[in-house]
Design a protein around this ligand. Structure first.
Ligand SMILES: O=C(O)c1ccccc1N[C@@H]1O[C@H](COP(=O)(O)O)[C@@H](O)[C@H]1O
Length: 198
């Protein structure tokens, strides 16, 4: 099970996520309580070893804004929320970074339909921490996809069982307060996923 820990803004939490076995780490570079500048994301990304994917998270920005932030921060993938048209993914194909399409369950759930490398199926309100009907997407995306939205150490096993995703993505559920990550919760989340896998 592939695991992405998202919305990190402090070196301590990046180190915890890496040590605890995260496969990907996300830096939010759009309007959010978790927002970091591309320059800050670059500092944090520099702490991440090569086997862990760094992801820049965006919502609704035009491709040139995404491109500029991705190049400044050096993230190895960009995650686009906000129902971007296919053309935005085409426009970013030459960026040299992975393309992640993040949508809710009402969208086109065919993996790669927009030429993206990875699909995330999320709650209607991304980053809200609100659980949703994970079982509703079970078997619908074809291929490798990640489940997000309202996941936390206490419910990630249930969510995996309900939706059967290839990976999981969490932000609010590993925070002690909105926008404040908690190392203990990051470790707990990764531990729970490992237990589910085993
Ligand atoms: O985390 C944010 O603040 C955010 C803002 C705008 C777009 C996406 C955002 N995060 C993504 O939302 C899910 C996690 O949501 P949750 O907080 O765990 O419910 C994940 O895909 C994040 O990358």
């Amino acid at each position: 099970m592939y695991v992405k820990i998202c919305g990190l803004s402090e070196p301590e939490h990046v180190a915890t996520a890496v040590r605890a076995g995260a496969d990907a780490i996300g830096f939010v570079m759009t309007r959010s309580s978790r927002r970091v500048s591309p320059e800050r994301a670059a500092e944090l990304a520099a702490l991440v070893p090569g086997h862990v994917l760094t992801v820049g998270v965006f919502r609704g920005e035009d491709p040139e804004t995404v491109r500029a932030a991705a190049l400044t921060s050096g993230v190895r993938a960009v995650q686009l929320h906000g129902n971007h048209p296919h053309g935005d993914f085409t426009a970013l194909k030459d960026l040299g970074a992975g393309l992640i399409r993040a949508v809710d369950a009402q969208a086109d759930l065919r993996c790669g339909a927009y030429d993206e490398d990875l699909l995330i199926v999320d709650a209607p309100q991304a980053g809200s921490g609100l659980p949703w009907d994970w079982a509703a997407v079970r078997g619908r995306p074809s291929g490798q996809w990640m489940l997000a939205g309202g996941l936390a150490p206490a419910n990630v096993a249930e969510a995996i069982e309900a939706a059967r995703p290839w990976g999981v993505d969490v932000s609010s559920g590993v925070e002690s307060a909105p926008g404040v990550k908690d190392s203990g919760l990051i470790e707990e989340f990764l531990g729970e996923v490992r237990r589910t896998r085993g």
